[in-house]
Each structure stands twice: as C-alpha cells, then as structure tokens.
Design a protein around this ligand. Structure first.
Ligand SMILES: [Zn+2]
Length: 245
C-alpha cells in the first residue's frame, strides 16, 4: 500500500553504510518508523528529507507492517535549529515528547501543527525558550489525555482567588478557602491563567501570550514537574537541555 502524507522527521538512526531508519510524525498515520534505503548517500534524493526536523511530503510504502520511505520532498528543513546548541537541545526534547505522546496509526494533524509552530518560533527567536518549553509540554499533555482540571476550584467551584493550589497527583486546583492539604502547590492566578490558556486555546492563539519574571519561572517549573509526574519517565533530551542551558 502506498501512503502519501506530510510529516516531520523526529529521529534518524544509521543502520548500515547507506541506509537509515527514520521515525516520522505524519499527518495521517501518527508516529511511524520507516526504512530509508540509500538515504545516507549524499547523492540520494532522500538524503535531505530524512534528516531530523525536516518537514516533507512523503511517499511511503507499507507492506507486512514494515514501512519504507520511497520519496521525501522537503517543505522546510528547519536547518537553522542546528545553529545554536540550546535551541537544538530544546528542539530535540520536543521530538522526544512527540515520540512519547503522539498517537500511532491515527490522524495526528494537531500534533504536527504543534511541533511545526514551536519549531518556527524557536528558529526565529520570536518567543523565549523559557515560554516555549512549558507551552509545548502542557499542550501536548493536554492533547494526549493528561489535561489538568483547571476550570475552577475542585471543591467550591470558585473561578479564581489570588493564589490557587494545585493537586499534582490528581491534576485538580483548589481556591484559597478550600486548600486543605500541605502537599498542594501554591500558584499565583497569573500562572493558573497561563495554564488555562495553554490547555484551552485554539491552536492559532496558543503561543500568543506573555508571562514574565517570577510567574514565568513558576509556570516553567510546575509544568515540568507535572509532566515528569504524569508520564512517569525520564527524558535524556531534557537532561541535555538543562545541561546546556
Ligand atoms: Zn474553593
């Protein structure tokens, strides 16, 4: 069966002198692993289009549960992501989160749009990395079924108090009057507002907000802790990003 779709290369592995195994996030089939025969050769037309971050029109052949890339026509190489080690490290972390949290064999246009938008903003330097990182993390968690219940206090239904309290274990929030557990994490209302925006905004408006100073630091910290808590694993690329930051 032939599949024509668009997608982005999230991982590439050399498997022989001339061949690669690539992991793609595709619009129509989610995350797939595919052989790219001959793609290591500089002469191959598949060479450019099978490098990490490359966004392509793909022709893929599928048979007996094995995929192979027949053609990869680059639409955007995102090559400039490699010009700065911190930007590169964060882009690699986004790829690892996509690998971990995106669907398999399902339409995945929202996930593809998320990583493409994040990569453009990262490459153009139009948004700070300290904002891009938690927005990407919380949005992909929300899409993958880990959206915290942020609409109102879980106990009395209050929409906001100056400080709200986050129950990391259940993903619930509580107002000042209903905070009754010393393990709940205090969050300023600006952090809660940012989290609500990221969880609920339409994708065109996702990155269109700003947060500064302590609120940004708190937002970054709470989202990363929540991600590590709910996905229950470590990310090599996150460790690397923190090392180079
Ligand atoms: Zn309450």
């Amino acid at each position: 069966m032939h599949i024509k779709t668009t997608g982005i290369v999230i991982r590439e592995q050399t498997i022989s002198e001339n061949d690669k195994l690539v992991t793609l996030l595709t619009r129509d089939n989610g995350v797939i692993r595919a052989f790219a025969r001959g793609a290591k050769s500089p002469k191959s037309r598949k060479n450019a289009g099978t490098q990490q971050f490359c966004y392509c029109d793909f022709d893929i052949y599928s048979g007996n549960n094995i995929f192979s890339v027949e053609e990869a026509r680059p639409k955007e190489t995102f090559f400039a992501l490699r010009n700065d080690i911190q930007i590169l490290a964060l882009a690699q972390y986004f790829c690892e989160l996509i690998y971990e949290l995106s669907p398999r064999e399902e339409q995945s246009e929202d996930y593809l749009r998320l990583i493409l938008n994040a990569n453009y903003l990262l490459m153009n330097g139009k948004k700070e990395r300290s904002l891009l990182k938690p927005v990407f993390e919380l949005r992909i968690l929300s899409m993958a079924g880990y959206m915290p219940s942020l609409i109102a206090c879980n106990s009395c239904g209050a929409f906001e108090t100056d400080t709200m309290f986050f129950d990391m274990a259940k993903g619930d929030i509580y107002c000042e009057n209903c905070n009754n557990n010393k393990y709940f994490i205090p969050l300023s209302i600006s952090v809660v507002t940012a989290m609500r925006h990221v969880a609920f905004a339409e994708s065109e408006k996702l990155f269109s907000f700003n947060l500064k100073g302590q609120a940004l630091k708190d937002f970054e910290e709470i989202v990363e802790r929540y991600l590590l808590h709910v996905t229950m694993r470590k990310y090599k690329t996150l460790d690397f990003y923190k090392m180079v930051e």
